[in-house]
Ligand binder design. Structure first.
Ligand SMILES: [Fe+2]
Length: 247
């Protein structure tokens, strides 16, 4: 089975459209979404519509921004800019799209008995895995051989073999990695709509469970158009600026 792994779209219609156009002619069977479809960007309804319009089986979980934007939580832990964007998003979402977002389940979920998915971590959906210490804690507290996660907006692979934990950093525009038997993995495909690894290209992954190959792709998109929309909507300027920087 071939999975399209998507995370942290953040209401960036241009980035999402570029990713979907790129995978149109690639073979894949199911969409796996790791959360944060909305928040920050200027096109929350379009992002939900884009996701719902994909005519393939879908499995997805909510992100912290999906929770605050749909009113499940009030965002006490959000910074001022994130909160302002979340309130703006809540006002803009149609009833149907708000309901759809609200219905996204909480992670972790196990997909087809093959791998787990989580937004932040499989223990706490709002917590981050930035480095090996956090990754090791998660490996110790869970027993998933493979878990895809999002939230940090940083594409990375953590591998736990019997004798070491390793960080594998990905290379743009396409990074191919074959999973090894007996090694456990935590994999972040990166963010579609708001990358934070210093590279502004939209990030996503494809996973072939038969061959055990994960490919992390980076795709160029119309960054300037997404930025202009953010400014035109009256959303905080740093949200537009950071798209060009990828951080
Ligand atoms: Fe996010």
């Amino acid at each position: 089975m071939k999975y399209l792994i998507l995370s942290d779209v953040h209401a960036n219609k241009e980035a999402f459209a570029a990713v979907l156009a790129h995978v149109k002619r690639k073979p894949w069977d199911k969409v796996v979404f790791l959360g944060d479809l909305v928040g920050y960007g200027a096109n929350p309804n379009q992002a939900v519509d884009q996701m719902r319009a994909i005519r393939k089986p879908f499995v997805g979980i909510r992100g912290n921004h999906d929770k605050v934007c749909s009113g499940i939580e009030e965002g006490e832990l959000f910074n001022r800019i994130a909160l302002e964007a979340a309130h703006w998003t809540r006002r803009k979402l149609t009833k149907t799209n708000l309901k759809w977002l609200k219905a996204l389940p909480q992670g972790p979920l196990v997909v087809d008995k093959r791998f787990a998915i989580a937004h932040g971590t499989p223990i706490d959906e709002d917590a981050y895995i930035f480095g090996e210490i956090e990754a090791l804690n998660i490996f110790r507290q869970t027993d998933y051989p493979l878990c895809f996660f999002g939230h940090s907006h940083f594409p990375v692979i953590f591998a736990l073999s019997p004798d070491a934990i390793t960080t594998i950093l990905t290379v743009a525009p396409s990074f191919r990695f074959k999973l090894k038997p007996g090694v456990r993995y935590l994999i972040n495909p990166g963010s579609i709509g708001q990358p934070r690894d210093g590279n502004p290209l939209a990030a996503f992954a494809l996973y072939d469970s038969d061959s055990g190959v994960v490919t992390i792709h980076r795709i160029d998109y119309q960054v300037a158009a997404a930025q202009q929309k953010i400014l035109k909507a009256g959303l905080p300027r740093p949200l537009a600026d950071r798209l060009a920087l990828g951080r």
